[in-house]
Design a protein around this ligand. Structure first.
Ligand code: ATP
Ligand code: MG
Length: 235
């Protein structure tokens, strides 16, 4: 499999630190490569990450936002209207738009986004007044499902379907998260990640973090928490 560095080299970039290096996001190599391709495309290219909770969708798009803050705008879909997303886009003219949980965005804002993704035209009509501008924006979004996304908007995205990681990948990512981000001993980190995967029905990487924090890495507490959380699930 080709690496992100190779992709960047092939398009003439020496380093990807200016655009995004997905620091502290483990695995998900294909997804990172696809995001980098879109991010470094010469003309606007939009990516939507779709998948179940706790698999790193927000982490990936936040990484793009954090690496490009001066030219990027971030919003949660459900907050976009209250946060005045359309006003902000008219005013700031960002190059990168990051929308977390796109499925919760109002239809009104989805229509604005659709125009922007389609041909770079941002238009808004309020009562009888219409305003319009043209800008090049690369949109990166996440969603748990595509049901509530307007079909014409959805069709403007490269849709990447992320699946729950398989056992080995889950344990490796969970372990690395705990070692690097939570400073947990590697043996304990491995134990927590494997216990969560093996005992919980819908293992979520967030559970690995919750158990590590609450148990402070103590074996008895880890076992108790894993048991309680698994029991709750079967009710
Ligand atoms: N591949 C990964 N590498 C490092 N950390 C990860 C990875 N995947 C998930 N995490 C961590 O797990 C937690 C959940 O990830 P994230 O918030 O990105 O999930 P999500 O897919 O956006 O879920 P939701 O659909 O519920 O919003 C975060 O603390 C995140 O840092
Ligand atoms: Mg998320």
């Amino acid at each position: 499999m080709i690496s992100i560095k190779q992709v960047l080299r092939s398009i003439g970039l020496k380093t990807f630190s200016e655009t995004c290096n997905f620091e502290n996001i483990y695995g998900l190599e294909k997804e990172k490569q696809a995001l980098m391709m879109a991010l470094t495309a010469k003309r606007p290219c939009h990516v939507l990450l779709v998948g179940p909770p706790g698999i790193g969708k927000t982490d990936l798009v936040l990484s793009i936002y954090n690496a490009n803050r001066s030219k990027a705008y971030f919003t949660y879909g459900g907050h976009s209207t209250n946060a005045g997303m359309v006003d902000q886009l008219f005013h700031d003219r960002p190059r990168i738009l990051v929308v977390d949980e796109l499925e919760t965005m109002s239809s009104h804002d989805q229509v604005s986004l659709w125009g922007l993704c389609e041909n770079g035209i941002l238009a808004e009509t309020k009562i009888t007044k219409t305003r319009q501008t043209q800008m090049n924006v690369w949109a990166f979004a996440t969603s748990n499902c595509t049901k509530r996304i307007l079909p014409p908007l959805l069709s403007r995205f490269i849709v990447i379907n992320l699946k729950r990681p398989a056992r080995d990948e889950f344990i490796e990512i969970g372990k690395m998260m705990l070692i690097e981000k939570e400073e947990i001993d590697p043996t304990i980190a491995l134990y927590i990640a494997s216990q969560v995967y093996d005992k919980k029905k819908n293992a979520d990487l967030r559970d690995v973090i919750k158990i590590a924090r609450a148990s402070k890495g103590e074996l008895m507490k880890i076992n108790l928490l894993v048991d309680i959380m698994s029991d709750n699930e079967s009710k």
